[in-house]
Design a protein around this ligand. Structure first.
Ligand SMILES: [Zn+2]
Ligand SMILES: [Zn+2]
Length: 188
């Protein structure tokens, strides 16, 4: 599974810039709350969809991959499993959080496009291949990331994806690296 990380980073940065500009316009009173909410959803959907181009291989998504993407978008947008975008927006609207906190949280939603890319890529890659986790280029790793990195090579279907089940969440910069076999660097 190849992921074009620089492209993914660029698309995410562009979406974050777009979001920040939108927040500025909203603060200035140039757009209404309803319009603001709709645009936030548009930016998120746009990024998640565009980010799929960072998956190397076939240019179009299969029906199953589209389903995984749609499910991931819905998970982010609507209440259900985790903390949804709709709930964050509602918190701001009720005065529970500041516009600064709102922006910070919205940025995290955009950053989690990376996890969605990994989830879809996992669908694409059904081969009998093995991967390990490598720590990202940062000094700040949570205990979970350190533990995942110490685990033996695993199939994509079993491995914990960067940003999944760890305290770094969307800020996790860990990567998946393909290795030649299941005992690579583990048993001799
Ligand atoms: Zn972590
Ligand atoms: Zn990490």
């Amino acid at each position: 599974m190849g992921i074009d990380e620089p492209l993914l980073e660029r698309l995410t940065a562009e979406a974050i810039a777009k979001l920040k500009k939108l927040v500025e316009n909203f603060k200035l009173g140039a757009i209404t709350w309803t319009k603001f909410k709709a645009r936030v959803v548009m930016i998120l959907r746009g990024l998640y969809t565009e980010a799929m181009s960072a998956i190397q291989g076939a240019a179009t998504l299969s029906a199953e991959e589209k389903r995984v993407l749609q499910e991931a978008i819905n998970d982010q947008l609507y209440p259900g499993g985790g903390y949804s975008l709709e709930e964050v927006l509602e918190e701001y609207n009720s005065g529970a959080i500041s516009v600064l906190m709102l922006t910070a949280r919205l940025v995290l939603y955009l950053k989690s496009a990376r996890l969605v890319v990994y989830k879809v890529a996992r669908e694409r890659d059904r081969l009998n291949e093995f991967y390990i986790r490598m720590l990202g280029a940062t000094d700040q790793h949570c205990e979970e990331c350190l533990a995942y990195t110490a685990m033996p090579p695993m199939r994509l279907s079993d491995i914990i994806l960067p940003g999944q089940d760890c305290r770094c969440r969307s800020n996790c910069l860990c990567r998946l690296v393909k290795v030649p076999n299941r005992s690579f660097g583990w048993l001799s």
